[in-house]
Design a protein around this ligand. Structure first.
Ligand code: GLA
Length: 441
């Protein structure tokens, strides 16, 4: 039981985890790199693939995320409350004078992905380069901003396929890089960053082909250290109204958010996510509303919330649709309740809302998995104040709110439960609310 993970600033955690990397890694702890470390690594990757490193090569980075609450609400015009992780994706990028995009990554050393910007279009590019080239495409399509080609190298300490938004971190790091080198002037304001987030979502939806909502890209670009980001995902909202910084002070309360990566498969490009989205849209249509958010607001405003929800659910013939809608509406309510607790300085009391969110995602929305349920249960048994799956689900990660000095013990309990169940070893991270995407050097 080391005291090393009770440090709760990103810099101290990064430093401590690096000191203890071998011991920590053997127990599944995934440390966050210090920004200089990430920058040095990605410059090396660049130098190996494109040996002519010049002075105009610069580095940007963007964080992965966990969502505290508000799951599968973003594409229903709802509310969610993510935080940026100290774990980041780094991109070393240099503009070119032609339209060629050449990419390399530490994960596939020596391989170079290439495309010409004029060839990037929905359905025309594939592989991880689609997330990068897609951003350049979307800056033109969405914002009418032209960018030139570029050479870029990528490295990341955001675990892949863990439901921690490594793809949004990649898109967002490229978005701030292209914004800077193209002089687009968007990264300097929250409204500009909201526009970059919209472009990143289009890259993910239309070029990479994953029908996700906007939560991940928004938090990667608009987060603030020490805060959770309350996102209002109603379409057409002015950027100033669509995001609010909510202080999330774990350190003073002696608490930590432990991320438990099940290391079980998580794949959003498959049909399940899209199916949930379609069911919600069809249900909203059947109820005569534009989105389920309208119903959530009506329930919230009603003197008899349960009655109002029941009347709406009774209009839906399918049990599955009724359960999906119930999840979305009650989850939006839980975001409101959790934010009220945070604003009241009662962070230690948010656990029951996290637990209720997990039950709703497991039973009504049916996006949990055996591994996620086991992680959540084992965390609670070891004293977590609350625990829930986070992100899209079907594998990926869960989070637990724990006393900072119990994080190791809770991780031990989860590790033991996984061993008992015959699952592979899980991974662990600490979710300290961190900085948004930006330039490193
Ligand atoms: C994934 C998507 C997000 C959001 C979550 C579920 O992370 O990328 O847009 O829908 O699932 O809350």
């Amino acid at each position: 039981m080391g005291a090393w993970i009770s440090d709760t600033t990103p810099e101290r955690i990064a430093a401590r985890l690096q000191d203890l990397a071998p011991a920590g890694a053997a127990r599944g702890w995934v440390g966050a790199w210090a920004q200089e470390t990430g920058a040095a690594r990605v410059r090396d990757v660049f130098a190996q693939a494109f040996d002519d490193v010049t002075a105009d090569l610069r580095v940007w980075s963007a964080p992965g995320r966990v969502n505290l609450i508000g799951e599968h609400t973003d594409y229903n015009d709802g509310l969610c409350l993510p935080i940026a992780l100290p774990h980041r994706t780094y991109v070393a990028l240099r503009p070119r004078s032609d339209s060629l995009v050449r990419l390399t990554s530490a994960q596939a050393p020596g391989e170079v992905w290439e495309a010409r910007l004029e060839d990037v279009a929905p359905g025309a590019v594939s592989g991880w380069g689609a997330y990068v080239a897609g951003v350049a495409w979307a800056l033109r399509e969405e914002l009418g901003r032209e960018v030139t080609g570029f050479d870029a190298a990528v490295d990341s300490c955001v675990p892949f396929g863990a439901g921690l938004s490594s793809s949004a971190a990649l898109e967002s790091s490229v978005a701030v890089a292209l914004d800077d080198v193209g002089g687009l002037g968007l990264g300097g304001s929250d409204a500009g960053r909201a526009a970059l987030a919209t472009a990143c979502v289009r890259a993910e939806n239309e070029i990479a082909g994953a029908p996700t909502g906007g939560m991940d890209q928004s938090v990667a670009l608009r987060a603030r250290s020490g805060h959770a980001l309350l996102l209002d995902c109603r379409r057409g909202l002015d950027p100033a109204e669509s995001a609010e910084q909510v202080p999330f002070d774990l350190e003073t309360a002696g608490l930590a958010v432990l991320v438990m990566d099940t290391r079980a498969e998580h794949q959003l490009v498959d049909g399940q996510y899209a199916q949930r989205r379609d069911t919600c849209e069809a249900a909203a249509h059947a109820l005569g509303t534009e989105s389920l958010r309208e119903l959530a607001d009506a329930v919230e405003a009603s003197d008899d919330p349960t009655g109002t929800l029941t009347v709406a659910l009774d209009k839906l013939p399918e049990d599955v649709a009724r359960r999906r809608v119930r999840h979305v509406v009650t989850e939006i309510g839980r975001v409101r309740d959790l934010v009220a607790l945070l604003r009241d300085g009662r962070v230690g009391e948010i656990g029951p809302l996290m637990n209720a969110s997990h039950a709703s995602l497991r039973d009504d929305y049916e996006v949990s998995s055996v591994e996620l349920d086991v992680a959540v249960e084992a965390a609670r048994v070891a004293g977590a104040l609350g625990a829930r799956m986070t992100g899209g689900g079907f594998g990926g990660s869960a989070i637990a709110l724990v006393a900072a000095d119990r994080a190791e013990a809770v991780a031990d309990s989860v590790r033991a439960a996984f061993e008992r169940e015959g699952f592979g070893a899980p991974g662990f991270l600490l979710a300290v609310p961190s900085e948004p995407a930006g330039a490193v050097d």
